[in-house]
Design a protein around this ligand. Structure first.
Ligand code: URA
Length: 428
């Protein structure tokens, strides 16, 4: 049998754009986890992947070896379909807070292993933890207990699930190698494989507030995710959705929870409610169900599941959320129609107010954030407040206001209507 090639040869091959032989990526990942491949070598290989890409076979092997590097939730005994969604992240994206209990209310089981705030895009775990008492760092047995009792959970992936992705993701973050479609797809799908669900919806955001700023990249990522997940026998579908303005009106952890509760109570901003219902319908279709998500949402059953989930994770449903004070507003410079509400700039401003973190160990400030008082297309009067900045009493809003320069634009004629769901990508 031919002996394994040295890591340096695998790096050189990828640098030249050659595909590695079957088993070589598994070897690379294994050696990295065992400490036989140096951080510098792995970083170098990742950078070569950013430039040269991966073949389908290579991506499949990378994903499988990351998923198999740890344990897997055993969902086999649950008496209903197991489903989840993954958003590639956006500004004001609090869909999971509504969709997860909604799917549980519709008879599905949803073990959502989610992430923390990444850059200027909010993380569902930080939102959940702004609810007093809620804990998201749960062991695998606690996750399974909450899923069995309530039908859903929103928790952090425990260190035993896909540990190779955890290490590789940290390395990518530090070496500017996050932005690679195969690496993003492998990272996401490996974690969902460890979660063990049967059906998966990917919400691939595109626009200034998203990882993918161009439609072509978002489409390619959506297709790669669906194809990869389907190859591992997960029924998968992707939606490419707009992220050029924030989703809903609230940006920031506790503000977003308040808005999610509004939707769970039958109200809330129409774009957020519509996207939740569109995603619920896709997941129902994938899992072969025929229930009506509107009834579960407006009849209070989803809200009741949300409260049960909060309670099972240590929180007190209905306890006051930590809300700060209004620090400043951004006003309409003239009369007309709002034609731009830049998600990227608003995400950055909210981050500067404290809703995100600069290093992984830093806490987020649950009260920090921004309320969008008007959305693109709205008729506005000169001087009308368009954005409210929220924070701690006495906090200086200047850095956030600087980030918002040019973030809003008012034109004399209304902008063309925009679609929120731009595309669907289905599996075979
Ligand atoms: N989210 C992930 O989980 N992985 C990536 O690589 C990027 C976004």
């Amino acid at each position: 049998m031919a002996s394994a090639r040295a890591t340096v040869e695998l790096i050189a091959d990828k640098r030249r754009g050659r595909a590695l032989a079957p088993g070589e990526i598994r070897q690379l990942v294994g050696d990295y986890l065992d400490g036989q491949t140096a951080e510098a070598q792995m970083a170098s290989w990742l950078m070569a992947v950013c430039w040269r890409g991966l073949t389908e076979e290579e991506l499949r092997e990378l994903t499988a070896s990351m998923a198999e590097s740890g344990g897997r939730l055993d969902l086999s005994g649950l008496p209903g379909p197991t489903v989840d969604k993954h958003s590639t992240g956006g500004v004001g994206d609090k869909v999971s807070l509504v969709l997860v209990p909604l799917m549980a209310a519709l008879g599905c089981f949803v073990p959502q292993l989610s992430g923390r705030t990444l850059g200027t895009t909010g993380g569902t775990l930080d939102k959940m933890e702004s609810i007093p008492g809620v804990r998201c760092e749960l062991s695998s047995s606690e996750i399974m207990r909450v899923v069995r009792e309530v039908g859903c959970v929103i928790a952090a992936a425990s260190p035993e699930l896909a540990p190779a992705d955890r290490r590789l993701y940290a390395l990518r973050d530090a070496t500017a190698t996050v932005q690679s479609i195969p690496l993003i797809a492998g990272s996401i799908v490996s974690k969902k494989m460890a979660e063990g669900v049967q059906c998966l919806l990917f919400d691939v955001k595109v626009g200034s507030g998203a990882l993918m700023t161009k439609a072509a990249g978002a489409r390619r990522l959506a297709a790669t995710l669906v194809e990869l997940a389907s190859g591992f026998q997960i029924r998968a579908v992707a939606m490419v959705t707009a992220m050029d303005q924030p989703l809903g009106r609230a940006v920031g952890n506790a503000l977003e929870v308040r808005e999610a509760i509004d939707v769970l109570s039958g109200g809330g901003p129409p774009d957020l409610r519509d996207l939740v219902l569109a995603e619920a319908r896709e997941l129902l279709r994938l899992s072969g169900q025929t229930a009506d998500p509107v009834v579960a949402l407006d009849g209070g059953v989803a809200r009741e599941r949300f409260n049960a989930m909060v309670k099972a994770q240590g929180g007190a449903p209905g306890a006051p959320l930590p809300l700060g004070v209004r620090l400043a507003t951004v006003d309409a410079p003239r009369r007309g129609f709002l034609s731009r509400l830049d998600a990227g700039a608003i995400g950055l401003a909210a981050w500067r107010l404290g809703s995100g973190r600069r290093s992984p160990s830093e806490p987020v400030d649950p009260v920090a954030g921004i309320m969008c008082l008007a959305k693109v297309g709205a008729a506005v009067e000169r001087g009308q407040p368009l954005l409210e900045l929220w924070g701690r009493p006495g906090q200086d809003p200047t850095p956030a206001l600087l980030a918002l320069k040019g973030a809003v634009r008012v034109r004399s004629s209304p902008p063309p209507p925009r679609r929120l769901v731009l595309e669907h990508v289905a599996g075979d």
